[in-house]
Design a protein around this ligand. Structure first.
Ligand SMILES: [Mg+2]
Length: 289
């Protein structure tokens, strides 16, 4: 046997069993590093993400009857409820964001990672038009439970009104209850007497509050629940400190490590900075203690 190995080593000095010095340097990477690789892989492939989303929707479902039975239970912040008028006597609803809250767009993100690309409006619009987004784990069971209790689902999304048909078709194809066209409140929805800044959702929450008692809200971004006046890490932390006690009761936050205001806050919302500059700002924002 030894004789055979020696002979092989003489013939093929690259065999691992024949190497006596330090291991050779790893081969050059064949894929460019991408900040989103682990995030998208986690959302697509991990049991852990699936279980986290499932746990959240199950916990929310367990609170639904309590919310329905309590006439004072409402999930709009006081300022928005005041603008909407009293919730008393209004039919119950829950407000859900769409992307990464009830619909899973990780295939779009996966394409970006594989292609070395980043989000842009054209590729996003094409993805929306495909109507191929699946449900976030647990979302469908919760939606059906709410529907069975007579609770309307209001889909409050920054998908544009132009994408309403494709979005509603996607939601329905997956199995989400969509009562009628009025429950999709996309970007560009006119709200009488209310003017939002940019893509903020406050006026559309007020509109939902004029129609419904809002039992719960679901999102993957802080701005899905409350107006974010300044998207800085400090201001976001302050909002959390002010409203945090509603999370896990009236507000339900889905994990989204792939994108969001939290990331933009780390590079001063300068989304047009070159990729490397944004990455450096994010590295600088890390806390190594
Ligand atoms: Mg979202």
């Amino acid at each position: 046997m030894r004789t055979t190995l020696l002979a092989l080593c003489l013939l093929a000095l690259t065999l691992p069993a024949c190497q006596t010095g330090p291991p050779a340097a790893p081969a050059a990477p064949t894929a460019t590093a991408d900040d989103n690789l682990n995030a998208v892989l986690w959302m697509q492939a991990s049991a852990e993400y699936h279980a986290a989303a499932l746990s959240l929707y199950r916990a929310a479902g367990d609170r639904l009857d309590e919310a329905l039975a309590d006439p004072d239970w409402d999930a709009l912040v006081a300022e928005e409820r005041a603008a909407a008028g009293s919730a008393a006597g209004r039919p119950p609803a829950v407000i859900v964001d769409i992307d990464e809250t009830v619909l899973d767009n990780s295939p779009y993100q996966a394409r970006l990672v594989r292609g070395g690309a980043e989000y842009d409006e054209a590729t996003w619009a094409a993805w929306v038009d495909e109507r191929q987004a699946g449900p976030i784990p647990g979302a469908l069971a919760f939606a059906r439970l709410a529907d069975a209790r007579g609770v309307t689902l209001v889909y409050l999304s920054n998908r544009t009104q132009a994408s309403a048909d494709a979005t509603v078709a996607n939601l329905r194809a997956v199995g989400f209850p969509v009562a009628d066209d009025s429950v999709f409140l996309g970007l560009g929805t006119e709200v009488e007497g209310c003017q939002s800044r940019g893509s903020e959702k406050d006026c559309r929450r007020v509109l939902a509050g004029r129609r419904y008692r809002v039992l719960m809200q679901f999102g993957d971004q802080l701005g899905d629940f409350v107006r974010v006046e300044r998207n800085t890490p400090q201001a976001r932390a302050q909002l959390l400190a002010t409203h945090g006690e509603w999370f896990g009761e009236r507000w339900w936050m889905l994990p989204n490590p792939s994108y969001g205001g939290w990331e933009a806050a780390a590079f001063g919302n300068a989304r047009d900075l070159p990729r490397e500059a944004r990455r450096q700002a994010k590295r600088d924002a890390l806390d190594p203690k």
